[in-house]
Design a protein around this ligand. Structure first.
Ligand SMILES: *Cc1c(COP(=O)(O)O)cnc(C)c1O
Length: 636
């Protein structure tokens, strides 16, 4: 057996490259989590987490949230801004907000607010229901509440209520008509709003969200509209309410040069407005701080070519330079990073429940008397290593095609067809193994690796748990959680259990490139093979849909604690959606459904087709399934 080390596993799956210091591979071949950036010595073994989940009766798939990671990320962004502001002798403060659309889970929002309290870290809302949530939860009078998104009267009135409650709620005007509505309502309720103006930026970001800026952007005011807004506020004697200039050029900015450009444009606009007499105090640079999902540190869509320190330095020094040149006081800096705060803290764990591989069927192919010549032809290709692989491949493909035609005409028996099929795959495996440096570059032969790759069926729904991998080709790291000290010997792709052929992961992070499939371990009979899909904390956690009615996953919330065995404890378990629950969201009345099934069972009892006791058992079973999980249940 060839040598295999933890370093090899690390190289293959790149855990440290995308793990941001939180994830690594331990000596026993299990994923390790160091969730607290201030205590890198605290290390949690994934196997122990899985054991404890099992002991608590939590089945796969489940979401694991590491609350310490959330806290760490909040601390890191705030500390980095503070340190940079000090060393740059920047005169404003940093007052960040967390945009809850990235993950609205109450526990996530509460944890972020709690960790952010020493920094007066606030919240951002982009819709009415989000505003209602942040209004209830962000009661720190020093922290900002930034209100983005399109607004109606109710939205704006709620914002004014926030002012009555003494909150620093800033209404960011996305389009001119919102300003007119806001001025009217402010007069009606006799309270001054805090107003932000969102600028439609000229700089275009790169990547998936590049349309968030530029002339055709959906949100924001053009320069002409901003000037008109200033005039309008002056006419209504409300210019003193204009406090903030906002921009957001898109999420997951992969290239630091775009950040620099946006900061230059935004700071210049800020300075010019202040020079016009607008009493601005805050410059809000939006979100966009990226995550290195694939660990490549490049400008590809799923990566970023900069560190958080570099991002913060570019913002702080960039704004300072322009304000100094323009002789304008340094603004307080606001950022709305969501992805960067939440992406690392959660992962989906599940197990592989099966394997689909046309080449792995066992079938007796021993020669039989009088078998068709196509069968013996195909048999001759097995082990025919003297043939050139291309020729062997061509022959195998031709025999298979002929066999198929012959079967359709009734010339081959079903057993003969089964043999040919089995031997075809045996030949392909043989050819694949015989390839060398030169022959593996022949296209058809090079593709054999993919043709022969198994599909591992993961007990999950991509649409529920990783919507962006399907919708926009987002890359998420997928790694076996254990056995990483063993050499992975099969190439596989991961498919989910939805009946949708799109329900699979198409791209994998392998060493330093992107592959169509990935090495994993052979499944051991009777042994669970747990895998993790990482970095799902931003957007994926909350964007899932109801495709195939799988619904929400069970969750465990984990805190680290030095005094606990394994250095962690499960603080909370949130059960996943039952079949009943998801059916009800689609307007089904599950009581009625149970009654209808019972009625049919009763009918069979009356007819004497079912014993009464047996009938009751079936009815009970149906009701138990309604209350049970939507995902595949493990055999006990
Ligand atoms: C979505 C959004 C954010 C969050 O962006 P991230 O890239 O996740 O940090 C911030 N601000 C606004 C206005 C947004 O729409």
């Amino acid at each position: 057996m060839s040598q295999w080390s933890i370093e090899d596993a690390e190289e293959l799956y790149g855990v440290k490259r995308w793990g941001a210091g939180y994830f690594s591979i331990g000596d026993h071949g299990n994923i390790q989590i160091s969730p607290n950036h201030r205590k890198p010595e605290v290390s949690i073994d994934m196997q122990e987490v899985l054991d404890e989940m099992k002991a608590e009766g939590i089945e796969f798939p489940a979401v694991i949230r590491f609350h310490d990671i959330l806290r760490s990320q909040v601390e890191i962004i705030n500390e980095t801004f503070r340190e940079t502001i000090t060393s740059a002798e920047y005169e404003g403060h940093y007052v960040g907000v967390y945009p809850i659309k990235v993950n609205q889970m109450r526990e996530v929002v509460e944890e972020i607010l709690d960790a952010g309290e020493p920094y007066n870290y606030g919240l951002e809302a982009g819709s009415k229901p989000e505003l209602m949530a942040v209004m209830a939860y962000n009661d720190n009078p020093e922290a900002l509440t930034i209100l983005n998104g399109y607004k109606d009267e109710d939205y704006l009135t709620l914002a004014l209520l926030g002012r009555h409650l003494g909150r620093r709620m800033i209404v960011v005007v996305e389009k001119f008509s919102e300003l007119e509505m806001l001025v009217r309502l402010a007069k009606k309720f006799k309270i001054d709003p805090l107003i932000g103006l969102r600028s439609k930026m000229m700089v275009r970001s790169t990547g998936k969200w590049s349309s968030s800026s530029g002339d055709r952007a959906k949100f924001g005011l053009s320069i002409a509209e901003i000037v008109n807004a200033i005039e309008y506020l002056k006419e209504n004697e409300m210019l003193h309410c204009a406090k903030l200039l906002h921009f957001h050029i898109g999420s997951q900015i992969s290239d630091i040069r775009k950040v620099k450009e946006a900061v230059t444009e935004g700071a210049r606009l800020y300075a010019k407005l202040v020079q016009m007499g607008v009493p601005l105090e805050y410059l809000d640079i939006g979100g966009g701080l990226g995550i290195d999902y694939d660990g490549s540190s490049t400008t590809t869509d799923s990566s970023r070519n900069y560190s958080t320190e570099e991002y913060v330095a570019d913002v702080v020094y960039g704004v300072k330079q322009i304000c100094d040149l323009e002789k304008v006081a340094h603004p307080n800096l606001v950022s709305e990073s969501g992805r960067a705060i939440t992406a690392h803290h959660s992962l989906v764990v599940t197990n592989v429940v099966g394997e689909v591989n046309p080449s792995s069927t066992d079938f007796d192919v021993e020669p039989e008397k009088g078998e068709h010549v196509l069968v013996s032809n195909m048999r001759e290709l097995i082990g025919a290593n003297d043939l050139h692989p291309q020729e062997r491949f061509n022959d195998a493909a031709a025999y298979k095609q002929s066999a198929y035609e012959a079967f359709k005409l009734g010339i081959l028996t079903i057993r003969e067809m089964a043999k040919i099929d089995t031997m075809y795959w045996m030949t392909l495996k043989d050819i694949h193994q015989s390839l060398d440096e030169e022959t593996s570059h022949i296209q058809e032969l090079g593709e054999l690796e993919d043709t022969l790759a198994s599909q591992y069926l993961a007990n999950m729904s991509i649409f529920q748990s990783a919507a962006d991998t399907w919708a926009i080709g987002q890359l998420l790291p997928i790694v076996p959680l254990t056995r990483l000290n063993e050499k992975p010997s099969v190439r596989v792709s991961i498919a989910d259990i939805t009946c949708d052929s799109d329900g699979k992961i198409g791209k994998y992070i392998e060493s330093n490139h992107i592959s169509d499939n990935i090495p994993m371990h052979k499944l051991n009979k009777g042994e669970s093979y747990p895998i993790g899909m990482f970095l799902t904390g931003a957007y994926q956690d909350v964007m899932g849909d109801m495709h195939n009615l799988f619904g929400r996953l069970a969750e465990v919330h984990i805190f680290s604690h030095d005094d606990e065995p394994g250095a962690f404890y499960i603080e909370e378990i949130v059960p996943g959606h039952s079949a009943e629950k998801v059916l009800e969201t689609m307007q089904y009345n599950t009581d009625y459904m149970a009654k209808m099934v019972k009625k049919s069972v009763d009918k069979q009892i009356r007819k004497g087709n079912l014993a009464p006791r047996e009938g009751v058992r079936w009815t009970d079973f149906y009701e138990r399934c309604l209350a049970g999980t939507t995902y595949l249940r493990h055999e006990k």
